[in-house]
Every structure is written in C-alpha cells, then in structure tokens.
Design a protein around this ligand. Structure first.
Ligand code: ASP
Length: 448
C-alpha cells in the first residue's frame, strides 16, 4: 500500500493543512468565515464519533464481559487492568511533580502579567468554579453513587456519563454470563451484530477523518487566536515555560513509561505500536476527547496491534473513562504552577495530597474536552490554593488539552496491549490492517 493511502498519513496531512490554514486565517482575520464555513465540518466529525461511543461501549463491553465465561477471569483481567491504570497514573504524577518543582515555571511569571491574566479570565474562572463547587459539595462516597444510573436513558443521553454506561454494560454482561446458554444466545447474537455494525460505521467515519481533522484544527486555532495573533503570542510567551513543563512531562511519559511497559511485557515493536496507534493519537489531538476517540482507539488496537476483541472491548472503554495519565500530570503541574505564581508554598504533604486527589480526579474526569480543569479546581481548593487562580492558565488550556488527551489515549492502548499479552491474547497482525479495512470499506461504498 503506498504511504499516502495509509490512514495515519492521510490524517497527518489533514492536521498539518488545518494548522497552516488556522494560522493564516488568524493572521488574515478570517475568524468568522472559519467558524461559519469550516468549523461545522469538524463538529460533524466529532458528533459522529460521539454518536457511536455509547452504543460501542454497551455492545462491546456486554459481549466482552459475557464472553469471559467466568467471573474469576473477569476479576483477574479487571484487577490487572485497574492496577496498571492506577500505577501508570501515579508515575505520570511523579514525573509532573518532579519537573514543576525542579524548573519552577511559576516563578518566572511577572506580577503584572499574572494580574492581567487574573482579571481577563476572571469570569470564565468563576463559571468553572461553580461547576466544581457543585461537584465538591457532595459526600465522600458520592463518586460511587454517581457511577450507578437510576435511569438508563438518562445516562445514555450525555457523553459526560460514560462511566455509568460502563457500569451498566459490565453489570449486564455479568448477568448475561450467568444466564443459561439458550436464553443468552439471542442477546449475544444481537450485540455481536451491533458490534460488527459499529466497526463498519467507524470505518466509514474514518474515511472522512482527514477532512474532519482539518476542520477541527482550523476551528480550534480560530477560537484560540480570535483574530488576534499578537495577543496569542503574548499569552504563549507568558505561559510558555509552564506549557513546556507540561509538554516535556507528557513526552517523557509517552516516550519512557509506555515504551518500558511495552518492551517488558509485550512482543510489540515500538514502531508497530506507535504507527499502529497513530490515527487514534491524531484524532485525540484534534478532538481533545478520549471518549470521542474511543471508537478509533479500539479499531486501531484490534486491527493494527492485534489486541483480541475480548481484551480491547473491556480494557479500552474502561480506560477511556477512568485512565487519564495526561490529565493527571497536567493537573499536578498546573496546581503547583498556580501556587508558585500566587507565592503560596506547597509542602511535601500538600504534594502527596495532590497525587492522591489527582488519581481520584482522573477517574472522575469525563472523557470530553476541558473536563480536566474542573477537577483541577477541586484539587486546588483541597490544598489551599484559591481556585480563581485557574484564570492564569485558561488561555492556553485548549492547547494542553489536545496534548494530554493524546497521552490519555496512548496510555489506554499501552495497557490494552500489556493486558492482552499477559492473557496470551495479542495476535500477530499486519501493521497496516486498519488502513486496509478502511480502503476496503471505500471500495464497498464505491461498488454499492
Ligand atoms: N480532554 C481530556 C480527555 O478527554 C480530559 C481532560 O483532561 O480534560 O481525555
């Protein structure tokens, strides 16, 4: 297959063109044209992905759990998965805390810029603080209560509630596993067929991915720059050091932590892993949502990495909703950065508290754009830093959101590969299998 037909190259081309267009548009003042005529194509792409995320979690997790055949196997795979998810999140947090304490990016922000940012972003910060306060006013076990929906359609109607869907799917999957075979068969066949349908839908959506990614990036840059590249330049200058610390942390986690796990526990070559998972990373970068990216992550993990459906359908939906290493790392750096700018000292105990809270926060963070910042407010308040301080970092949050979502998705795929290898369920596959499947779908569309 020629290189330009490979999915990840096609998406990279869309992404780079989107970036170039976005910068030119911001410089030329085409913001409203971009928002009105280009942005909607990105939104349509994003909506299509979200549209299939909930049915995908349901169908794949119910069949995934039911096919595990016994509760013992489920608790073994479940325990392993959650254990590695939490372990990698703690490593991410330690990397973030080390970097932010060594480089102290907050100390280099001049007082007048700090004051300017705080007034400029005060309204936005206050609005987010309100949602965080609502989340915080609840008791310590509320997070568990929140996982259990009282009405299925209520939870299926919001993409912020994916954890509830995961709960329903696992719960029903276990019940289905316990049913007599003849009673379970019609439902299993139904979900199996729904699964196949969803995979086809993902392949159809991926045909439009280069255009979708182009439009999403063009629109994001138009929104961030707001026709004023100079101001954006100033913002990037003031917060550049902070952003670099977050980005370096994310890069270390992606290039050291995950490869170490992959090398130690799987036969995958790093090249196969990273080129196999690239389309999912690129979609994560442009959508800033691991929930929206989930269908793509699953397709890539199964087709390009060879993770069995049984493992991927359990590990990946769970990961998209509870495993957020990038978000946790960012929260640790951001919390300490804000404290540094506001000259509030944070001792060792405070930083240990940040680790604990960020692990919990990354489980509770919804897999949608900008969700991480709400949980950051809760962390700030717990360690005695005024939450209004998030005003300092809001201006560049979208850019960091794109990068932390890439990390989140890469972490899910790494853990899926590790769990699959440990269960003897990592099969050898052609590294371009997903591109070939999408190409085949295109041929089918043309023939139809
Ligand atoms: N956008 C992130 C995700 O979906 C969550 C966050 O950090 O805001 O993975």
């Amino acid at each position: 297959m020629p290189w330009y037909k490979k999915l990840h190259w096609q998406i990279i081309i869309g992404l780079v063109l989107g970036l170039i267009y976005g910068v030119v548009a911001a410089a030329a003042g085409w913001g409203s044209f971009t928002r009105n005529w280009i942005g909607p194509f990105g939104t349509i792409f994003l909506r299509m992905l979200f549209l299939i995320a909930v049915p995908l979690i349901l169908a794949s997790l119910i069949t995934g759990v039911a096919s595990l055949s016994d509760v013992k196997k489920l608790s073994r795979i479940g325990g392993k998965t959650i254990g590695i998810y939490i372990g990698t999140t703690v490593v991410a947090l330690i990397i973030g805390l080390l970097l932010v304490n060594v480089f102290k990016p907050g100390n280099s922000v001049p007082a007048e810029i700090s004051a300017k940012l705080q007034t400029e972003w005060a309204d936005d910060a206050a609005a987010r603080q309100q949602s965080a306060d609502q989340a915080q006013e609840r008791g310590p076990l509320q997070a568990f209560v929140d996982m259990v929906p009282e009405n299925f359609f209520g939870s299926a109607s919001s993409n912020r509630n994916m954890l509830q869907i995961v709960f329903v799917a696992i719960f029903f999957g276990i019940a289905l596993m316990l049913l007599p075979k003849d009673k379970a068969k019609p439902l299993l066949d139904f979900f199996d067929s729904l699964n196949a349908l969803i995979i086809k839908v993902v392949e159809l959506i991926m045909l439009t991915a280069p255009v979708g990614v182009f439009a999403l990036l063009a629109d994001t840059i138009a929104q961030v720059a707001q026709d004023n590249l100079n101001e954006l330049g100033e913002l990037l200058g003031a917060l550049g050091f902070y952003m670099i610390v977050v980005l370096v942390g994310l890069i270390i986690h992606i290039t050291v932590t995950y490869p170490t796990l992959l090398k130690l526990f799987t036969p995958l070559s790093l090249r196969q892993f990273f080129s196999g998972i690239a389309p999912a990373q690129l979609v994560a970068f442009s959508t800033s949502s691991s929930g929206a990216t989930l269908p793509v992550t699953m397709e890539m993990a199964e087709k390009n990495l060879g993770v069995s459906e049984e493992v991927s359908s359990f590990v990946l939906p769970l990961g998209a909703t509870i495993n957020m290493d990038g978000t946790a790392l960012y929260q640790a750096v951001a919390a300490v950065f804000i404290a540094q700018v506001l000259t509030i000292p944070l001792g060792l105990m405070d930083q240990l508290e940040i680790i604990l809270l960020a692990v919990l926060a990354s489980i509770g963070t919804a897999a949608v754009p900008s969700a991480g910042i709400i949980m950051l407010i809760i962390i700030l308040e717990s360690v005695g830093v005024p939450a209004a301080g998030i005003a300092l970092i809001l201006g560049v949050d979208r850019i960091l959101d794109m990068c932390r979502t890439v990390t989140n998705v890469t972490g899910d795929a790494t853990v899926a590969s590790v769990v699959a290898a440990s269960e003897n369920q990592l099969h050898e596959v052609s590294p371009d299998a997903a591109s070939m499947a999408v190409q085949q779908t295109l041929d089918e569309v043309e023939a139809a």
